[in-house]
Ligand binder design. Structure first.
Ligand SMILES: Nc1ncnc2c1ncn2[C@@H]1O[C@H](COP(=O)(O)OP(=O)(O)OP(=O)(O)O)[C@@H](O)[C@H]1O
Ligand SMILES: [Mg+2]
Length: 313
């Protein structure tokens, strides 16, 4: 396994936006997470953010109704689990009504989303179950790497980019987020496409708020989306005072997009997504307290210009 982290520069262009789809919750009534049959990945996170915002202000015992939900994305499922964890932390329980749709129900069962919502400990359920981490747990990352290395055609070297990205994401949560629930993490492996998709969601201060505290380089006046873009693409932009840093998100961005993958960052008022060719900026339907990040890429896809990577340590 490489002993150093590697970084590379990237250039990006603007992309398209998406539309939200809604859900509601009131006392004694379910939160509707139905996204319709044409829901896209963006549509999923939009409707989820809106429904979770309503869920969080709902009283004890509110029902999270996913009966009509047709598809879950890891980031959506992790956002839901994080909202429920927030409710639990403030002493409110949540009931979960499972989806009717067969593949959505299968997903819920496979990742144990209902168990997490019902407050059951999921630590021992295996690496592919949705997990709430309250500390930086290196065994989670090691478990994901071991799982990938066991996939035919993968090895330590091809699993390494995943381990690197996951490490950086989890380190950021426990270094910067101040999230009372820690974070929720969900890893999925897609055998046919040979893609890994990982979502990490915290309910802390959010990337824009954390970086604005420093009042550096005019960021305190910048929009949430612009601060997120700076955090991800500008080298050495860090909240770490007097020490090197600011390379984690940049490394993730480059690791993922160099392999033709996708990086999505949702924090406070903005959602910014990157793929190899474009950058998409959109506003969240409701303010999202915290940070939700999803990466989706094929770890063993050859990188075009490996020489462009330079060691920084
Ligand atoms: N989950 C998060 N919550 C709040 N702020 C965050 C979060 N993740 C990143 N940040 C902010 O974004 C900045 C850049 O993060 P990045 O991972 O790129 O660098 P770093 O953590 O400062 O240093 P390095 O990762 O190189 O050790 C952080 O310094 C912090 O201000
Ligand atoms: Mg970092």
């Amino acid at each position: 396994m490489p002993a150093t982290r590697t970084k590379k520069r990237a250039s990006l262009t603007n992309g398209l936006q998406s539309r939200p789809s809604l859900g509601t919750v009131r006392r004694g009534e379910p939160t509707d997470l139905d996204q319709g049959s044409d829901s896209s990945h963006l549509g999923d996170s939009y409707s989820t953010i809106r429904a979770c915002d309503e869920l969080e202000s709902a009283p004890d015992g509110a029902v999270l109704d996913a009966t009509r939900t047709e598809k879950f994305e890891p980031i959506g499922a992790a956002i839901i689990a994080a909202s429920v964890a927030e409710r639990r932390a403030s002493g409110r329980s949540t009931h979960f009504a499972r989806p009717v749709n067969e593949s959505a129900a299968h997903f819920v069962q496979e990742v144990h989303l209902d168990r997490l919502i019902n407050g059951q400990v999921t630590d021992t359920l295996g690496t592919l179950a949705i997990r709430q981490l309250s500390t930086l747990d290196p065994s989670y990352t090691a478990g994901v790497a071991a799982l990938l290395e066991a996939v035919p055609g993968m090895d330590e070297a091809t699993a390494y980019p995943v381990q690197l990205c996951l490490n950086e994401l989890l380190q950021n949560v426990f270094e910067w987020a101040d999230s009372r629930i820690g974070c929720v993490v969900l890893t999925r492996w897609f055998n046919k496409a040979r893609n890994v998709r990982i979502a990490v969601v915290d309910r802390g201060v959010g990337i824009p708020a954390r970086l604005r505290r420093l009042q550096i380089a005019g960021l305190h006046r910048a929009k949430d989306a612009d601060v997120i873009i700076a955090a991800v693409t500008r080298p050495q932009l860090t909240s770490r005072v007097g020490r090197a840093g600011g390379l984690g998100l940049k490394t993730i961005h480059e690791t993922v997009t160099q392999r033709g993958g996708r990086l999505t960052v949702i924090s406070l008022g903005a959602k910014v997504a990157w793929n190899a060719k474009a950058r998409t900026i959109s506003r969240n339907p409701r303010f999202f307290r915290g940070t939700a990040i999803e990466i989706d890429f094929r770890p063993d896809r050859p990188v075009k210009n490996p020489d462009a990577y330079v060691s920084v340590f």
